[in-house]
Design a protein around this ligand. Structure first.
Ligand code: DX5
Length: 244
C-alpha cells in the first residue's frame, strides 16, 4: 500500500480505487491439525490474506500460536499473513515476526506505552503497520498516530477467543476512524475483528470497515469454506451499498 504524498494524491488514489471490502479469515478457528488444508480452502475461495492471532495468555486470557506457526504458513507461499499480536510489550517481537514472515503486523495500543515507536519500527522493516484497540479503548488512543497506521483494527469482541458476539457499541469507532482517514487523505484501512458473520458484516462495512476478519464464520459455519466466504462477501457488498 503506497502512502500518498499529498492530499490530492490520496484523493486520486481513492477516486481510482473502487471501494472494496477484503475478508481475512482468522486461522484461530481453523483445524490446527490441518492448517495447510485450511489455508488451501480459503485460497481456493479467492482469499489473499489470512489473520494469525498470536496470544500470550497475559494480554488476553488465552494462548494460541507463535513464531514457528507464522514461519510454517509463510513457507506455504500462498497467502499474505496479517499477524495480530495480542501480547504484552509487542515491540520485543517485531523483528522476529517480520523475519518469520508477517506482511502486516498489528500491535495493541493497550499493550505498549510506546505505540508510535512500535509502529515506526514495524514500518522500518517494510511491512504494513497495524494499530488495534479493544472495545473499551477510545479511538483517541490511535488518532494521533493515524498517519503512520496502515491498518486501524477496531476489535468488536474482547480479544482472546473466537465465536463471541459482535459488540455493536464499537460501530461509532469504526465510523470515526474511517471518517478521519478520509478527511486527512490517508490510505489507512479500518479493519474489524470479532463476531463478524453474515448478520454483522453489513453494519460494520456500512460504518466504514474495509477489512473484515472472520474466524468461526469461515471455519465453523457448518458450510463448505468457499460457501461461507461467498456468503460473507455478499453480505459485505450489501453493506457497501449503505456506506456513507
Ligand atoms: C479474537 C481474535 C479474532 C477471532 C475472531 O480474540 O482476535 O480474530 O479469531 O473469531 P470470530 O470471527 O469467530 O469472532
Amino acid at each position: 500500500m503506497s502512502r500518498p504524498r499529498t492530499l490530492a494524491d490520496a484523493a486520486a488514489n481513492r477516486a481510482a480505487a473502487p471501494d472494496t471490502v477484503e475478508i481475512l479469515p482468522s486461522i484461530l478457528s481453523a483445524d490446527f491439525a490441518h492448517l495447510a488444508d485450511a489455508i488451501d480452502a480459503v485460497r481456493t475461495a479467492g482469499i489473499r490474506t489470512v489473520q494469525v492471532d498470536v496470544m500470550d495468555g497475559v494480554f488476553v486470557p488465552n494462548i494460541s500460536v507463535g513464531l514457528p506457526v507464522v514461519a510454517a504458513l509463510k513457507a506455504l507461499g500462498t497467502v499474505r499473513l496479517d499477524v495480530h499480536l495480542m501480547i504484552t510489550a509487542p515491540e520485543r517481537y517485531i523483528d522476529a515476526f517480520v523475519d518469520a514472515g508477517a506482511d502486516v503486523l498489528t500491535v495493541h495500543a493497550e499493550a505498549t506505552p510506546h505505540l508510535h515507536r512500535a509502529l515506526e519500527a514495524i514500518r522500518a522493516r517494510g511491512v504494513l503497520a497495524g494499530a488495534a484497540i479493544n472495545p473499551a479503548t477510545p479511538t483517541a488512543a490511535i488518532e494521533d498516530v493515524l498517519e503512520i497506521v496502515d491498518v486501524a483494527l477496531v476489535m468488536t469482541v474482547n480479544p482472546g477467543f473466537g465465536g463471541q458476539r459482535f459488540i455493536r457499541l464499537c460501530l461509532p469507532k469504526i465510523a470515526r476512524l474511517h471518517g478521519l482517514a478520509r478527511e486527512r487523505g490517508l490510505a489507512t484501512v479500518v479493519q474489524v475483528d470479532g463476531g463478524i458473520d453474515a448478520t454483522t458484516i453489513g453494519v460494520a462495512v456500512a460504518a466504514g470497515a474495509r477489512q473484515c476478519v472472520a474466524g468461526s464464520a469461515v471455519y465453523s459455519a457448518g458450510l463448505p469454506v468457499a460457501e461461507a466466504v461467498a456468503r460473507l462477501r455478499r453480505a459485505a457488498a450489501a453493506g457497501l451499498d449503505h456506506a456513507t
